[in-house]
Every structure is written in structure tokens, then in C-alpha cells.
Design a protein around this ligand. Structure first.
Ligand SMILES: [Mn+2]
Length: 415
């Protein structure tokens, strides 16, 4: 990473949840989880002098009766593969010691005034010790860009978890595809999906699920999920599960009745063609902007050939005429967060994909305008791609996507 060898890194985990702990369960800060996998509140990680130090809350029977067993410093060191574990109460005094022999501090300022104050106090103490007149205050750098880069390239362990999250998610989508029928509600479909998702090994939902039928599918973040599923409508399902902290992100769109209408089929096929082309293009050295631009070009071509837009391809792209129909980006990095850490542009340059990166491929088309033959159709097809040495692997490939495959599964379902 080209970081100063005598640097001292400080990372804070997520605090105790505010309000009722069982209304808002604890969720570890994702950078902190990435670095430690330690899942208790108020923890702190310090990397200094070639060693890792984890600061944790003390064991406390009167608290544990409410919030569950804590590791405590003694046990945490063995379990979490840090060099030393300490009591949280000793953090301030230990940090003073660490900074005595450091040349710089890596810490993200500005996230919490209380935390900033702790770090600035320790820097001030160390300046007194080192002779401020000679050396000045220790410089503070932001570790965020380094972590973004680290987190965006997944190692084998992370890829294994992503494979399991994507597989469980694809299996639950396939189950849903076979089971949904008119007369159910979006809520029923969501329950059916989640039951299977968790049966397949997922432990959490990766994000608020979207079960959007008919016109609801043209609202990108529809989460009400309570309408009745009607014959003739499409159902767009954007939902996925997490395995050991890593989440999939998958969208499928299929007809509530057995078959697509001619209009629905045209839109579905146009989106699927783009999804497939983007998968073919994805490889090391390609950048996200190129993938997004290609999807815009292909979707705009389709809008022209369907008669939704008219005129010149380039003009329709430059004037953003396609935007009402494709208002979102082609995808995003995926991992510990559904919109994961990672760099898209760096100092004005597009950042090239590398093996081990995982990103979503989610073209879509949405028609909200009245009078259009496609009114009320919303289609999105989202896969998760692992960038490999030569191309991309579709981690969500267990879910069939072809029109024929979907229709035959739906026919079995409604028989
Ligand atoms: Mn997505």
C-alpha cells in the first residue's frame, strides 16, 4: 500500500445501537468487520508497531443478561487473530504509548466528535512528549481510500462467502419463480422468498427487499410490497441474502400468469440482451464507465427500434432522452455492503476492474408514461459478476433467465 512503516492506524467499530436494542439490532461497521470480524459494539482496532491491538468491552453479567455474552479481552485475542486484546477502558492510555513511537496517524476524522476528540487529545499528548517545537503534531491521514481498494478486491475466503450468498439467493428466486401465482400478494411472495432464502443458509437480508408487481415495478425503490398479484402483470423481485456478512444482489422479473404478453416479452428480451452483453464485456482492464456507457447505448438502440424514441442514437444519448426509461446506473461493487466500497474514478481517470472484484450487472427499462403500449412495464435483470483472470463469472447463474425457461417453469407452477 505504500504506507509509512511507522504509522499508527486507528479504527472504531459501531457504537451500541441507539434506542431499543431489539428494535435496531447491532450491526458492525463494515470496515471494522472487514478488518476484524469482531461483532460487538464499541470496539476499537489499532495497528501499530507491526502489531494489531483490539480493544473490547469488559464482560459484565448485568449487561450480558440483556444483550448476550461478551467475549471480553481474554478470550477475544485467541478467537479474533489479533496480536493483543485489551480492555476498552485502557484505550486512552495505550494510545498515548503507541503514538510516542509513531510518525503519522491514519484515522478518519469527522465521523464522531467524541472520537475525533480522543485522537486529537492523544496527538497533543504525544507532541508534548516528542517536542512539538522540533517535530510539530503528528500528521493525520485518512485510511478510507486504502480500505476501499482492499475491500473491492475479494480474497478466496470472501469469494467463498459471496458464492454461498449468491447461490442461496438464486435458489430462493428459483423457488419463488415456481411458486408465485395470481391471488397471492407481494407480501406473500416476500414471505415465501425469505423462508427459502434462510433455509438455504442465508442469515440476513442484504437490503430492503423489493416485490413490485405491475406498475409498482416502475418505482425503483418500491418497498411497500403489499399489492395483490394480478394476471397479466409482471412481478419484479429485487431481494437477496447475506452469508457471514457478505450479500448477494439479485433481481428477476417474470409474469404472474404463465406467459409474457408480446409487449412484456419485447422489453424483457431487450434488457436480457444487454445483461448478457455486459457479462461478455466484463474483464480485467475494463472500467465501470465503459460498461455503463455500453448498456446505455444498447438500451437506447432498443428504445429506438421499439418506436419509444425516434431520431439519431447519439443525439438521444447526449440529450439524455433515454433516462426516463433507464434512470439508474448499470451496477455497483458488491460485498460487505450492497453498495460496497470500491473506487470508480481516481484523479479523473476511470478505475480498471481487477480479478477478484465483484459488481452487479443490472440493466432495466421502466415505462411510466400513459398512452405508451409499454405503460406500466418495469423490467430489471440483475446478476452478480466476479471478475476473473480472463473475464467474468456469473455468481447468480443458478437462476434461469431465458423467456422460454421462465415460461416453462411458470407453466409447471400454474398447472
Ligand atoms: Mn443492485
Amino acid at each position: 500500500m505504500g504506507l509509512a512503516p511507522e504509522a499508527c492506524f486507528v479504527f472504531f467499530g459501531a457504537p451500541e445501537p441507539e434506542g431499543s436494542a431489539h428494535r435496531h439490532p447491532f450491526r458492525q461497521n463494515r470496515d471494522f468487520f472487514y478488518l476484524t470480524e469482531f461483532d460487538e459494539p464499541e470496539a476499537i482496532l489499532v495497528l501499530c508497531g507491526g502489531k494489531s491491538h483490539l480493544f473490547v468491552q469488559d464482560r459484565d453479567e448485568s449487561r450480558e443478561i440483556w444483550t448476550g455474552e461478551r467475549y471480553g479481552a481474554e478470550r477475544a485475542a485467541g478467537i479474533f487473530r489479533v496480536d493483543e486484546a485489551h480492555r476498552l477502558l485502557d484505550f486512552d492510555s495505550k494510545l498515548d504509548l503507541f503514538l510516542k513511537d509513531s510518525k503519522s496517524v491514519y484515522f478518519t476524522l469527522g465521523e464522531s466528535p467524541a472520537r475525533d476528540a480522543k485522537i486529537l487529545k492523544a496527538i497533543s499528548n504525544s507532541s508534548r512528549h516528542r517536542g512539538k517545537g522540533r517535530f510539530g503534531n503528528l500528521p493525520v491521514h485518512d485510511p478510507f481510500p486504502h480500505l476501499s481498494l482492499l475491500r473491492s478486491v475479494k480474497d478466496e475466503l470472501e469469494i467463498d462467502r459471496m458464492r454461498r450468498a449468491c447461490s442461496a439467493t438464486a435458489k430462493a428466486h428459483l423457488h419463488l419463480l415456481k411458486r408465485v401465482r395470481a391471488g397471492m400478494t407481494e407480501f406473500d411472495a416476500s414471505n415465501e422468498f425469505q423462508y427459502w432464502l434462510f433455509k438455504q443458509g442465508a442469515t440476513e437480508l442484504g437490503y430492503a427487499p423489493i416485490f413490485a408487481s405491475g406498475f409498482n415495478a416502475t418505482t425503483l425503490h418500491y418497498v411497500r410490497n403489499n399489492d395483490a398479484l394480478k394476471h397479466g402483470d409482471l412481478l419484479l423481485v429485487d431481494a437477496a441474502g447475506e452469508v457471514e456478512g457478505y450479500t448477494a444482489d439479485l433481481t428477476q422479473t417474470f409474469p404472474v400468469s404463465g406467459t409474457f404478453s408480446p409487449e412484456q416479452r419485447k422489453i424483457y428480451q431487450a434488457v436480457l440482451d444487454v445483461n448478457r452483453e455486459i457479462t461478455r464485456m466484463t474483464a480485467p482492464g475494463v472500467n465501470y464507465r465503459a460498461l455503463h456507457s455500453r448498456s446505455v447505448e444498447l438500451l437506447t438502440e432498443s428504445l429506438l427500434s421499439l418506436g419509444v424514441l425516434s431520431g439519431d442514437l447519439r443525439e438521444n444519448i447526449h440529450s439524455n432522452a433515454y433516462r426516463p426509461y433507464f434512470p439508474h446506473g448499470l451496477g455497483h461493487y458488491l460485498g460487505l455492503d450492497v453498495h460496497d466500497a470500491g473506487i470508480y474514478h481516481e484523479e479523473g481517470r476511470d478505475f480498471e476492474l481487477q480479478p477478484g472484484m465483484i459488481l452487479t450487472n443490472e440493466p432495466g427499462l421502466y415505462f411510466r408514461e400513459r398512452g405508451s403500449p409499454f405503460h406500466g412495464i418495469g423490467v430489471r435483470i440483475e446478476d452478480d459478476l466476479l471478475v476473473t483472470a480472463k473475464g467474468a463469472e456469473v455468481l447468480t447463474r443458478e437462476l434461469p433467465r431465458d423467456v422460454d425457461a421462465i415460461e416453462s417453469l411458470r407453466t409447471i407452477a400454474s398447472a
